[in-house]
Ligand binder design. Structure first.
Ligand code: FPP
Length: 241
């Protein structure tokens, strides 16, 4: 079966999952973290090379303060408590997002997690934290403009590949499969440039209910798609394709 090399996930629906159970929203986030840990292990077991998850978007700071504080606490707990197991399982952990605005209480454990796991090769987990797709494009444009101003680059040299190389995801291939749980069919300012050719998979399951079987369904959906990258069906797989 054709396996996606890189899967990107918007883990949506923690709040609705809690509401269905008449529980406070943080209950769903806690369950969501457990789901995330399961999905990381299953993805690595299946042979996926890269898994990118949207943990906290720049716009998520607009949520009620107690929810933001809870998510920050959960993230810190995960960084302290769960990183050892990820390391043992050969997972490399990397973070993307606007790191300059992240408090040292979090940015230091984030850097420690990256350096602890830097030589792991089983799978790379990319956690988008304080991230947005437009922020990524903005910072890439700023770096490119600086290079043009310093005469290191001409405007004509700004190609598709040069832009990719200035995004925070420069080190990795673009996602092949995008998954969003909980029924919404939006990109919500996630990997705007990088998802150009991804297969898009939506499920009504709320994130805490997403499990091994659900991941396998998404992978099977991916395997059933014909990726044409702008070409026609007859060209795919033929020698001059
Ligand atoms: C979306 O559910 C989920 C989030 C905003 C956060 C994702 C966080 C986790 C899966 C837990 C792990 C946490 C970290 C920080 C690693 P929602 O709250 O938008 O759900 P709703 O749309 O039903 O309200």
């Amino acid at each position: 079966m054709d396996l996606p090399q890189h899967i990107a996930i918007i883990m949506d629906g923690n709040g609705r999952w809690s509401k269905d159970r008449a529980k406070p929203r943080h209950f769903g986030h806690k369950a969501g973290l457990e789901t995330l840990k399961t999905i990381i292990e299953v993805a690595a077991k299946r042979g996926v090379g890269y898994l990118t998850v949207f943990a906290f978007g720049i716009e998520n700071w607009l949520r009620p303060t107690d929810e933001v504080n809870y998510l920050m606490g959960l993230f810190l707990t995960a960084l302290r408590r769960d990183i050892g197991r990820l390391h043992q399982n050969g997972i490399r952990v990397q973070f993307i997002g606007n790191k300059q605005q992240v408090h040292a209480d979090l940015s230091i454990p984030m850097e420690e997690a990256e350096s602890l796991t830097q030589h792991n090769t089983k799978m790379t987990l990319i956690v988008a934290f304080n991230y947005s797709g437009r922020w990524d494009l903005q910072q890439a444009c700023q770096h490119l403009a600086q290079k043009v101003a310093a005469n290191e680059l001409t405007p004509a040299e700004i190609t598709d590949s040069i832009i990719s190389q200035h995004l925070s995801t420069a080190a990795w291939p673009d996602p092949d499969l995008f998954i969003r749980t909980s029924g919404e069919q939006r990109l919500s300012n996630f990997l705007l440039w990088q998802l150009s050719y991804a297969e898009l998979y939506f499920t009504n399951k709320h994130w805490p209910d997403f499990d091994e079987t659900e991941l396998d369904k998404a992978i099977a959906f991916y395997a059933s798609r014909e990726r044409r990258f702008g070409k026609i069906s007859e060209q795919i797989g033929s020698e001059d394709a």
